[in-house]
Design a protein around this ligand. Sequence first.
Ligand code: GDD
Ligand code: MN
Length: 387
Amino acid sequence: MNASAPAPIVSVITPTFNEVENLPVLVPRIHAALGDTPHEIVIADDNSPDRTWAVAEEIAAGDDSVVVLRRFHDHGLSAAVLDGMSAARAPYLAVIDADLQHDPSVLGEMLARLRAGDADVVVGSREADGGGYGEWSARRRFVSWVAAGIARLFLRVPTGDPMSGYFMLTRGAYESTAAEINPLGFKILLEFIGRNRALRVQDVGYTFANRVHGETKLKPSVIRSYLLAVAELRLGRQINPVFFLYVLVGILGVAVNSVLFTLFEALGFPRIDTGLNEALDPIYSSFVASVVLTTLLLFVINNEFTFWEQRYRGWRTIGALLLYGVMTGVGTLVHVAVFSWLQETGFLFNLIGDDAARVVHNLVGAMVALVVNWYLNTTFVWRRRLV
Ligand code: GDD
Ligand code: MN
């Protein structure tokens, strides 16, 4: 460290994992963006197999303002960012991806907003004026839109881009919140603004750039951990956040089921007379087909997403699917039973009239069935395995 160098005003933390081509481009861009503002760059690398840490150390050898953390434990983006923050010295802390997808040229604007004193956190936002997604695929845009929408709906987060990994905050905001944070996955910004509702947040627009070198580490498991964080921030630690995912998947199932049923009806799926049972005939093949397809889809989503930690692989998946089908059947019986019982007792008829009562009774039945199904599925299908 050069004794004559002024103390940094901003510490720019950049987490790296296999960014060997990007880092040497990023460092001068950050310098250019911050110009005369004294700053340091903290590179938090998880001992990357491509030796990003070695390149970082080389850069640091010729540049006093660069600090390298080569991390061997506690692998992960959020954990690396928190480590970088604890090593940072400046009164303002910024986080930026190393892969050149975040445009460093807005760092100055972010700093100016914090120094003006009206904000504790400034988010680099693709949703704000002047922001954009660049050449994102429709699929990724959709995933991001759904995830951000869920955070806004359940948490009322004060930013248009709660998934952003690009932000700057004051040391005070960092020190008053860091102890609460659950450093799992990618959702470090959401943790800060979700845990500490007193933080004042502003957005600054920037355009997300395409990745040129290396590849993304964002997997479905990252999105899952993001949604679990939304649940935990909303419901607290008493309610299992996986239940929240289960309910979301259930709501998706209801929507898919109605779309399929409507479609099959429009396609003219036949009514079938079995002649076996007066009460059941005719069987609507559109109904049966939509229920079977929805059940299959929900099994796959629950196996690959909701209950990811206990998921089935290979042949055992078939057994699990059959068991799931049985549990779904039990749930349906519960649904019908609760509905019929409420209809018979005429529970709400006098209060709100027949039609509205039927809707409410059905909804109550569905909710009871949902909880029963959750119990059956977590007990018999995706039970916690010990290994
Ligand atoms: N140290 C460390 N450890 N760094 C990591 C790790 C890790 O396990 N995983 C990823 N990184 C670094 C990458 O090297 C990169 O600099 C940055 O974190 C972002 O990782 P990407 O894999 O490029 O993420 P992304 O572009 O798919 O996701 C970005 O957009 C998301 C929202 O759309 C990130 O900014 C996310 O934070 C953000 O949620
Ligand atoms: Mn990226």
